[in-house]
Design a protein around this ligand. Sequence first.
Ligand SMILES: NC(=O)c1ccc[n+]([C@@H]2O[C@H](COP(=O)([O-])OP(=O)(O)OC[C@H]3O[C@@H](n4cnc5c(N)ncnc54)[C@H](O)[C@@H]3O)[C@@H](O)[C@H]2O)c1
Length: 268
Amino acid sequence: MSASSHFKTVLVTGGAGYIGSHTCVELLQAGYQVVVVDNLVNAREEALRRVAELTGRETLFHPVDLVDEAALDQVFSRHSIDAVIHFAALKAVGESVAKPLEYYHNNMTGTINLYRVMAAHGVYQLVYSSSATVYGDPRNTPPYREDMPLASTSPYGQSKVMAEQIMMDMTVADKRWNIASLRYFNPVGAHPSGRIGEDPAGIPNNLMPYISQVDPRRHRRAGLYPCGGPGHRSPQGSGVAGPGAQGLCRLQPGRRQGLQRAGRGQGL
Ligand SMILES: NC(=O)c1ccc[n+]([C@@H]2O[C@H](COP(=O)([O-])OP(=O)(O)OC[C@H]3O[C@@H](n4cnc5c(N)ncnc54)[C@H](O)[C@@H]3O)[C@@H](O)[C@H]2O)c1
């Protein structure tokens, strides 16, 4: 897909984060102008400097919190945005159980603000970063299908289920919305250059960044259990990676296709 086909300027929320920064590289290399909104709660601006180093092009960065609707509105006033890829969220499952209000406020208020501002500025093309956690209904067994009932057991997962419901309702109420929702499992890996990767603030909640930080200066040891908890073993007796572990670079073309589908009116 090239920038000339449908959209020229894409707003990436959470663009300084792990998946967002890799997506910015892909978009810039494909010729898009990229506007980033990120409050840096779990990222560093350095990631965007490295995105520029890798692509030879700058993102237009706004250190804005999605919860601040007025500030978000100003970003849309300053740029002629054609489409949005929405990554910004708090994403630690365990922390969300301990801090449900913080998670619902950040993820739901931020998401609703974003969609309200998009509609106010006539922007209806959206790719949403959902999660495979929405298949958490116990009645669901693999292989998962898109039409399975959605449920989740944590406030984080519930925020994804609710966001999906909100988007369904939006598309029923207003046919101008073109939305693709991507329900992926935990991606792992980094850009081949090694210049960007998963580098969360604080103690990582995902497996790979935790392992990569195990050294005497950061985390002395990793307390890891095989997928499924203690006692769960592969036929070889070792721990197994969950079925969701997938290379990040495999995800990126899918995300561009999501944008393409949204552009053709084939969302949700
Ligand atoms: N990494 C995974 O395993 C995984 C799996 C499935 C879905 N997802 C979803 O993909 C998206 C991106 O995940 P990631 O792994 O890149 O996470 P990440 O934490 O690296 O990136 C999220 C970014 O959003 C920003 N952010 C959070 N709240 C914000 C707010 N209110 N306003 C502005 N910026 C805010 C953070 O600073 C961060 O840069 C998230 O929505 C996550 O739920 C991630």
